[in-house]
Design a protein around this ligand. Structure first.
Ligand code: PSV
Ligand code: MN
Ligand code: MN
Length: 427
């Protein structure tokens, strides 16, 4: 469905007077604190977060999946949905594809369709964690780390095929999330698993185009419950360093054991110039893939504090980052969920932008922990939502995307076009 832009204007008009009051009050506070509101608005507007092709339908757990209405039935419909999101918030100008869940059969037509919604393609993701119907070797006991060369070769070839799909779409990165691991002590030799994996990824790395990166994602457990080959940031960094310049780490927020200090991991990766990007989501227990900012918004803010500080520091030489969402679950409307996730990411970014950095550095130099906390929380407790709304309005998007989505009955329209019980492809 194509969104009628005049409806967004009507929505913005109807909400203008309250928005203006909030924005003017916030601008006065921020200007008073020495911030340049115009520059902050520009930074917020420029910040774009990629949407994963696998998050446009309701997800599920192994205990069940409940169809939502109007879910996209093809890659084309997924691209339309991302186009819709982008029209609503002007903050998601790209899509990250998972292959073979979303194979672009006619890449030229797919890129044209995406371009018609002003969308491009972020990292392409390979999948060697499931067996596909037409596949010769099984990944039951691993893929890139498998003891059998024939299985490894098949998994290597799949990754090379994914790079080729990505090249056709104008993508510039391959994300490898390797589920390989073991479930029982003694099942495999840790060192040999690592060595086989390194050899496999080296062969994939050799096929990367000159301007590409490989994002090495880590995860402590699941699907395997005793060991995972790329279990943590240290292992990811180890692989990246051994592979070379094009290899960088990918931080999925849900891929950490409880209470891990993720912001410090971000700082370490940045310090080494090896931070490649993010899979944003939120988590209470494990890899929950909940809406970004729904559980630990302060952690998200602290991560953005490291990013804003690190990326503006002349000492840090880190390549440009891939900002992607990786969230999907059972009960919410996926489009509303993604709008909320993007909003949460941008709120954390905006709050990190308004930290009084000179004052923070002084407090740090003087070991004044109380003042440091005051400074951090002054930024975190500032309600910056009017800044985001203003940046959206200036970009032609909706002041309140979720409210607009509901008022305009977008889901109802999708249901009438696609059916009440459609399951999104993939997953
Ligand atoms: C694995 O848990 C993961 O985070 C990886 O990024 C996958 O590609 C994605 O989820 C989808 O299953
Ligand atoms: Mn992920
Ligand atoms: Mn995950």
């Amino acid at each position: 469905m194509i969104l009628d832009k005049s409806l967004i204007e009507q929505h913005n008009q109807a909400n203008q007077s309250l928005h203006k009051k909030k924005f003017e009050a916030l601008s006065a506070v921020l200007s008073g604190e020495g911030h340049d509101v115009k520059t902050i608005l520009e930074k917020i507007a420029a910040f774009q977060i990629a949407i994963p092709s696998w998050a446009l339908g309701t997800g599920g757990t192994r205990f069940g999946r409940f169809a939502g209405g109007g879910e996209p039935r093809s890659l084309e419909e997924k691209i339309e949905d991302v186009g819709l999101l982008h029209a609503l918030n002007q903050s998601s100008n790209s899509i990250s594809l998972h292959i073979p869940w979303d194979i672009p059969k006619d890449p030229k037509a797919i890129t044209q369709l995406a371009a018609s919604f002003e969308l491009g393609f972020d990292a392409v993701n390979s999948n060697t964690f499931q067996d596909q119907a037409d596949q010769k070797e099984s990944y039951k006991f691993g893929s890139l780390s498998h003891t059998d060369k024939a299985v490894r070769d098949q998994a290597i070839q799949h990754n090379i095929d994914v790079i080729r799909h990505g090249v056709d779409l104008g993508s510039k990165a391959l994300t490898i999330w390797l589920s390989d691991g073991t479930d029982f002590p003694g099942q495999q030799n840790f060192r040999r698993m690592f060595e086989r994996t390194l050899d496999s990824i080296q062969q994939i790395y050799a096929e990367l185009p000159a301007d590409w990166k490989v994002l090495v994602e880590y995860k402590p457990y699941e699907p395997h419950f005793y060991s995972t080959v790329i279990a943590d940031w240290g292992t990811s960094l180890l692989f990246c360093n051994k592979l070379g310049e094009k290899a960088v780490g990918l931080v999925d927020l849900g891929h950490h054991l409880p209470n891990t200090n993720i912001e410090q991991i971000v700082s370490r990766f940045l310090m080494e110039g090896k931070l490649g990007g993010f899979h944003f989501n939120d988590s209470k227990y494990g890899d929950d893939d909940l809406t970004v900012g729904s559980i630990k918004p302060y952690q998200l803010f602290l991560i953005f504090n490291e990013l804003v500080e690190g990326m503006s520091s002349p000492e840090i030489k880190n390549p440009e980052l891939s900002w992607m969402i990786d969230a999907s679950h059972n009960i919410k409307d996926p489009l509303e969920d993604l709008l909320q996730s993007v909003e949460a990411i941008k709120i954390a970014y905006a709050q990190a932008l308004i930290i009084d950095r000179p004052a923070l550095e002084k407090a740090q130099a003087e070991n004044d922990a109380t003042l440091a906390q005051e400074i951090m929380q002054n930024a975190y407790r500032t309600d910056v939502r009017a800044l985001l709304a203003e940046a959206r309005q200036q970009a032609g998007a909706a002041l309140n995307p979720v409210a607009f989505y509901r008022e305009s009955k977008i889901r109802e329209q999708l249901v009438s076009q696609r059916g009440a019980k459609s399951f999104a492809t993939g997953l």
